[in-house]
Structure formats: structure tokens, C-alpha cells
Design a protein. Structure first.
Length: 73
């Protein structure tokens, strides 16, 4: 079983209202809605990061620059 941690966050009232409407329709807890939303966000960010790294690697290979190269002074 995964360990759970409590986290206090501040969000705009309209966002909280939207979360409340969603959780009532879905029958989920507020925590479940936030957990699912964060998991989806992180998965998307990871996928976008992988795409960005792949594009940069291809671009660097085509131009001959290393990913960590610094501009010459």
C-alpha cells in the first residue's frame, strides 16, 4: 500500500468550485480528484519532456552541437 501524505495548498476559489462539482458528479473524494489530476499532469509533463529532449537531440545532431555545450566567448 502506498503511503499517503497530507499537503496544504492554496488555489483560486473558482478552481476549487470546479473540483467540487467534478467530485460530486463522479462520486470521488476531493483527494482522489487532485491525485488523478496531478498524475495526469505529471504524465503529460514527462511525455512533453521526452519529446522536447528527443527534438533537441535530433536538432543538436543535425547542427553538430552537444546538448551541454556552452556558447564560446
Amino acid at each position: 500500500m502506498r503511503t499517503r501524505e497530507k499537503v496544504a495548498i492554496s488555489i483560486p476559489r473558482d478552481l476549487l468550485d470546479a473540483v467540487e462539482r467534478l467530485r460530486k458528479r463522479s462520486g470521488e473524494t476531493r483527494s482522489a480528484v487532485f491525485e488523478r489530476a496531478l498524475a495526469d499532469y505529471l504524465a503529460g509533463a514527462q511525455a512533453a519532456g521526452c519529446s522536447r529532449v528527443a527534438r533537441r537531440s535530433l536538432q543538436n545532431a543535425l547542427t553538430g552541437y552537444a546538448v551541454c555545450s556552452r556558447p564560446k566567448s
